[in-house]
Design a protein around this ligand. Structure first.
Ligand SMILES: Cc1cc2nc3c(=O)[nH]c(=O)nc-3n(C[C@H](O)[C@H](O)[C@H](O)COP(=O)(O)OP(=O)(O)OC[C@H]3O[C@@H](n4cnc5c(N)ncnc54)[C@H](O)[C@@H]3O)c2cc1C
Ligand code: SF4
Ligand code: SF4
Length: 608
């Protein structure tokens, strides 16, 4: 099949692209502004494929300044979108450790002792020190608290209502079609295969969709963006070593909690000093809350789920959450390399937008606004080229799109943010000082640190627990967990003093219940597995097996002969496993032994 423009992924970036494009393809009298090259007489044929089972099934915060959203919808009324509210009071709190189980440096422990000693004079309450004000660079005042899922459903209805573009959910793109260094379209996933991708009952090969322009907005873990990075390489000096796994809950707050819609909380310091948290209040006494486990948290037991449960029970948050009920749950990777992760933004026949194109601002923690803006900038450029009957060559796309981006606030602010997090490579206190320095000096000052991928920085489990758990005990716990077919992190966290979670069946639920009650996870049959252990013999030898410990859905579990087993029916497509494999392939590509490919299914909730 041939169309004029084919798009991969329907996240905020593609929302910006298609909103802008769809409004300008026909004149008021219904005739095309320009004629389609593939369907003469009609406007350009634009089709977007989204892998999630419906529009808005992704995961995000969101509190956003919303500058680009307001530019696209000047009359935007938050009352039109479920769960949307203008940003109200913004709190930032440093959480002390009320349990005594987190791994705190000497500097941090000294600081904690001083805070406790001075609590009569300082705003220290509920085991937390609330900053008297939110630094300007972190404020989202004038913006919105949204559910990205609800917002994207609203955007999807507007875009498709325009009648000029199509969005097809439940349709993963398997690969980009590359011919003579030019992208000429995409190939959809084969259907009717076994889990290894071999033809089975009802086999239907994935269709090829050829197009003059392929727009890739498949986010931070998208297989198509990564395919292009491998094919064309990253620009010199660029890397994508920084990311975080974000895991969140949407909760009905208990009756009697009186938090105004739009209230924003950001936390740091607990459950581990490296883990950041957020809670945003929506209308209807609903809150979105969650944590980020960053790439520079040097623990091989970097499980988000167990930490999330400890975080919500911190007294600073539990005073609002105790008695609440889980509505929705999910996780996703956040690309945090920012401008340094920027790939080639355009080439012959293709353009990149959104987080996968390095748009997320790592200083302000803002991704949606920037992703949307890159989509609108590409649409403006594409319209110029269409009207001038110019082909989508690298040169034309650089003039029409990349130049717009270079002149935009997205680029200006990403330059300020570029080195803001480097200090975290040397510790959390250095990191916070570095971020503050960068934010307060507009990017003129920062602290040095070299971002490294996990396979170059993660210590072994034995090294991480040295002095707290003996190697013999780790070996015993590992054998016990393997025999039960479960991951190791819970046993080790229990061992170093984290209390057992008292499940209440409402908000404190097991990881499996979170999949069913919160994620409502599904996986259609007849597709190949999208998580592949490339060299099983490397897994056999791998002692750390971070892929199992980090898995957000318990979809990767101990398997036979030391090779992990993957269960597609539990996978929520967060992409955490891809970033966390610690075994680099020897081919110098920087790739690891775990391949995260395109696939269908996953979360079934549009509230995340
Ligand atoms: C827990 C969490 C909290 C966050 N909080 C905030 C916040 O408060 N404020 C903020 O501004 N940002 C926040 N972010 C970041 C924000 O979500 C991202 O910056 C933003 O979603 C990026 O938009 P995008 O369109 O580039 O990519 P995505 O939102 O990742 O969208 C990409 C889309 O492509 C689809 N896709 C991927 N591969 C394929 C394929 N092969 N075929 C078809 N479709 C495919 C995906 O399913 C997805 O729908 C948060 C992120 C997380 C994970
Ligand atoms: S996928 Fe990577 S981390 Fe997991 S067992 Fe294999 S080599 Fe180890
Ligand atoms: S297997 Fe699925 S749920 Fe588990 S880490 Fe990988 S993408 Fe996330």
């Amino acid at each position: 099949m041939s169309v004029d423009i084919v798009c991969v992924g329907f996240g905020p970036a593609m929302g910006g692209f298609l909103t802008t494009l769809s409004r300008s393809l026909v004149k008021e009298d219904g005739t095309p502004v320009v004629e389609s090259a593939t369907a003469p007489g009609l406007p350009p044929q634009v089709i977007c494929y989204e892998r999630g089972d419906d529009v808005g099934f992704g995961v995000s915060g969101v509190v956003t300044p919303g500058r680009s959203l307001k530019a696209s919808f000047p009359q935007f009324d938050p009352a039109q979108v479920p769960m949307a509210a203008p940003v109200g009071v913004e709190h930032i709190a440093y959480l002390l450790d009320p349990i005594g189980a987190s791994r705190r440096s000497f500097a941090l422990r000294t600081g904690d002792t001083m805070l406790k000693a001075l609590q009569w004079a300082l705003p220290v309450k509920h085991h937390a020190f609330e900053l008297p004000w939110a630094p300007a660079f972190l404020q989202k005042h004038g913006g919105y608290v949204l559910s990205m899922g609800q917002f994207m459903q609203w955007v999807g209805a507007q875009v498709m209502g325009a009648g000029t573009v199509q969005v097809w959910p439940s349709t993963p793109v398997a690969s980009a079609l590359v011919e003579d260094n030019k992208v000429v379209g995409v190939r959809l996933m084969d259907q009717g295969t076994d889990k290894h991708g071999r033809p089975a009952d009802g086999f239907t090969p994935g269709m090829d969709i050829r197009a003059a322009l392929t727009v890739i907005g498949d986010g931070p873990v998208g297989a198509i963006g990564r395919q292009l990075d491998e094919t064309f390489g990253l620009p010199a000096g660029q890397h994508q070593h920084e990311w975080a796994v974000g895991m969140k809950l949407v909760v009905d707050l208990p009756p009697g909690v009186d938090l105004a819609p739009g209230t924003v909380f950001h936390t740091f310091g607990f459950p581990e000093p490296e883990i950041f948290g957020f809670m945003y209040v929506h209308p209807g006494n609903i809150a979105s809350l969650g944590i980020f486990v960053p790439s520079w948290f040097d623990s091989p037991m970097r499980t988000a789920y167990r930490y999330l449960q400890h975080w919500i029970q911190h007294p600073y948050l539990w005073r609002y959450l105790d008695g609440g009920t889980l509505r929705s749950w999910g996780a996703k990777t956040l690309g945090e390399s920012g401008r340094r992760g920027e790939p080639h933004l355009a080439g012959d026949g293709y353009a990149r937008i959104g987080e996968g194109s390095g748009s997320t601002n790592v200083l302000t923690g803002s991704g949606v606004d920037e992703a949307w803006a890159t989509g609108t900038m590409l649409a403006e450029g594409v319209l110029v080229l269409l009207r001038a009957s110019q082909p989508f060559t690298k040169e034309n796309l650089e003039n029409a799109y990349v130049a717009r981006r270079r002149a935009s606030w997205v680029d200006r602010e990403s330059i300020v943010a570029e080195k803001s997090r480097d200090g975290f490579q040397r510790g959390v206190v250095t990191g916070l000082i570095g971020m503050g320095l960068t934010g307060l000096t507009g990017g003129r000052l920062s602290l040095w640190g070299k971002p490294l991928p996990p396979h170059k920085r993660l210590p072994s489990i034995e090294e991480y627990y040295r002095g707290r758990v003996t190697n013999d005990e780790i070996a015993r716990l590992r054998t016990e967990c393997q025999a039960k077919g479960i991951s190791l992190h819970s046993a080790l966290m229990d061992r170093v003093g984290w209390p057992a979670i008292a499940f209440d069946g409402k908000l404190l639920v097991s990881q499996q219940d979170a999949l069913l009650m919160g994620g409502k996870v599904q996986a259609p049959s007849g597709y190949a597995d999208h998580v592949v252990f490339l060299y099983p013999n490397v897994c056999e030898q791998c002692g750390i097996k971070t892929c199992i410990e980090v898995c957000s859905g318990q979809a990767i579990m101990p398997g036979e002969r030391g090779v992990p087993a993957f269960d597609r029916e539990k996978c929520i497509h967060c992409g955490a496993c891809q970033w966390n494999c610690t075994q680099e392939l020897p081919d110098g590509s920087g790739r690891t032994n775990l391949d995260f490919r395109a696939g269908p299914g996953g979360l079934h909730s549009a509230e995340n």
